[in-house]
Design a protein around this ligand. Sequence first.
Ligand SMILES: *Cc1c(COP(=O)(O)O)cnc(C)c1O
Length: 446
Amino acid sequence: MSLPQERRLVTSIPGPRSQELLARKQAAVPPGIGTTLPVFVTKAGGGVVVDADGNSLIDFGSGIAVTNVGNAAPRVVSRVQRQVADFTHTCFMVTPYESYVAVCEKLNRLTPGDHEKRTFLVNSGAEAVENAVKVARHATGRQAVVVFDHGYHGRTLLTMTLTAKSMPYKHRFGPFAPEVYRVPLAYPFRWPTGPGNCAEEAYAQAVDVITKQIGAENVAAVVIEPIAGEGGFIVPARGFLPRIARFCRDNGIVFIADEVQTGFARTGDLFACEDEGVVPDIICTAKGIAGGLPLAAVTGRADLMDKVHVGGLGGTYGGNPLACEAALAVLETIEAEDLVAKARRIGEIMLPRLESLKERHDVIGDVRGRGAMIAIELVEPGTKIPNPTATQEIVKRCHAEGLVVLTAGTYGNVLRFLPPLVMPEHLLEEGLSILEKAVSMVTPMA
Ligand SMILES: *Cc1c(COP(=O)(O)O)cnc(C)c1O
């Protein structure tokens, strides 16, 4: 990779050129489109993002878990460059092309379970989740959809309804789609009776709502993130996911795994469901699938997927040929560079350093995650009261030091880390040192 893999600050953050561009953005783009860190990017690759002022920042965000293989990854660049000169679009539903089929074949083979599968391609994570629900409803002839506390599934009418958090995703955007029901998630850190009973009790409560309030025979699908992303990188207590999957199987409910954020080696498995051997009926993927080109996929049991009538699924751009080439390059890169192992290694470096930071600073209530999907949850010291103020202060200090970090969480008190899986270790360590310093400046030692 040609970009120097170093943190380099030549102006304050944001610099003058970025500030000029921010003023233009504010005049041309509505404020509803927020900005986490107002540096305008000119280049990115490996573990760094370079801005319009020449600053080189360490990337702990991957554009929200998208550039798992790195930005402008060499295989992605070369495949897309070749394709863009050949043809840019035909619409797969009008005159098809091979790369779309090749992506579907690969996903059918690589996603959990060795049953017969089908895949179709769309443009965004929300579109994938929405289509998975369409297939589940069609195949079962049922309407209800069950989702979980802290869930995030997108911003379209159906998927914002599936999403748990009001502000900013749902606030004043109603009325919402009907037949969506929410049940508790096994959130170990915040489970009232403690993490030990969390999986069993949360499962019992979810089943109670499904059987008593909705009626299991009315439920088309259960939609769940194997690790809740926007909701705060909540890893459900062990045993919860397999129990929910089994309940679905026993009751003819389609179990839909939303792996939009967790997929493509991010968690140290190719897909996060693999960790507990859970095999979803339908799996939704997007974000990491194509190295930044817009693509998403719905992969599911052939018997469900084949039920939908001809022409019942699709879209103009779904499986665009540039995005398909990028996806093939991503899968080649994950294998060639063993990014599953790289993700695990990132977790092995980050978790102990963050655990030891937690020992020293009781503003950190919880450290969690798997592979390269890691978070810390910030609290009022000595309690579990969410501390969004400290979270924002730490973020501000990290950004000023040239470390791109993101927040998450229902209570806005989670710092999440999603480095590209190709992040050089010296940058990972340097990023962690910046974070440690930011935490100690915001909160005195315990
Ligand atoms: C980001 C995300 C979505 C929505 O994906 P978009 O491409 O933004 O529509 C859905 N589910 C999960 C788990 C996500 O993280």
